[in-house]
Design a protein around this ligand. Sequence first.
Ligand SMILES: [Zn+2]
Length: 124
Amino acid sequence: MVDSILSHALNTHPKEAILLLRGKKERDEILINEIVVPPLATHGAGFSAFPSYMLPIDLRVMGVSHSHPSGILKPSVHDLNHVYGRIMVIAAYPFQSYSDVAVFDKDGSRLRWQLISDGQPDSH
Ligand SMILES: [Zn+2]
């Protein structure tokens, strides 16, 4: 999962990559088990967006992951004004390790995250 986010970000670099994160909320935890390339995503240098009104209402979407080719591992003001879902995942250049990935809530506070192995391949 995290590997997919990193490799997608790397493949899209130097443009920004954007992915939808599907999963479920359990008590105070959010479990992400699927990542989806959003329909009609547009990529530009330093900006990525998709028209959220074009998306089907999908309650499984818990948030959005996008990349920061700048290497800055925190949300921009623009990001915080355009939060979609409950969480925001940012992958920062150079997209090499898990320390290049951070998770934030809609207020921009950094959240703890961990990989959960359930015996399934984790990279789809
Ligand atoms: Zn951003």
